[in-house]
Ligand binder design. Structure first.
Ligand SMILES: CC(C)(COP(=O)(O)OP(=O)(O)OC[C@H]1O[C@@H](n2cnc3c(N)ncnc32)[C@H](O)[C@@H]1OP(=O)(O)O)[C@@H](O)C(=O)NCCC(=O)NCCS
Length: 138
């Protein structure tokens, strides 16, 4: 089954309102309108998405990448991330960033894709949050 990566349309948005629980609907619509969400869609359903913003109002920062559980391990997360990186390179950015909790599996995927640990946050009551950067040069 083919999975296309593209900007969300209105139908995808109602799915994202329910699925992307880390952000309120008003903010999510604003982020979608700003072109900062990519969805991975098969013939009928959203199978994954990536949402990003700008760190220091300057550096593209991946806030969320999610793949539906039954689709994991097939390379879709990698495709979403690489598609986003290409978009950012074409837009003239020379690096991107992301972060993950130290107890999350995604950190291994990020390192495999060339992300380098560049710091951490220790927020009260939270596990360590690892910051990553990746150069898009070359
Ligand atoms: C992280 C995530 C987006 C990866 O998506 P994916 O489509 O499975 O990614 P890929 O198939 O390209 O790569 C899979 C890698 O993740 C690992 N992985 C982590 N959880 C997995 C799972 N439940 N099923 C399969 N592989 C998993 C695999 O071991 C593999 O690592 P490797 O390439 O070093 O062998 C996905 O596991 C997910 O949505 N997780 C929940 C949300 C999350 O934690 N997001 C990241 C923080 S915002």
């Amino acid at each position: 089954m083919t999975i296309d990566l593209r900007a969300p349309d209105e139908r995808d948005l109602s799915f994202l309102f329910q699925a992307d629980v880390n952000v309120g609907q008003e903010e999510l619509r604003r982020v979608v309108d700003a072109g900062r969400v990519i969805v991975a869609v098969d013939e009928t359903d959203v199978q994954g998405w990536l949402r990003w913003g700008l760190f220091w109002d300057e550096i593209p920062f991946m806030n969320m990448v999610f793949v539906q559980e039954h689709r994991r391990g097939e390379g879709l997360g990698t495709r979403l991330i690489q598609h986003w990186e290409t978009q950012q390179r074409v837009s003239g950015h020379d690096s991107v960033m992301t972060s993950t909790l130290a107890n999350e599996q995604a950190q291994h995927l990020y390192r495999r894709l060339g992300y380098v640990d560049c710091g951490c946050l220790l927020l009260p009551g939270e596990p360590l949050e690892i910051l990553f950067t990746k150069s898009l040069a070359g």
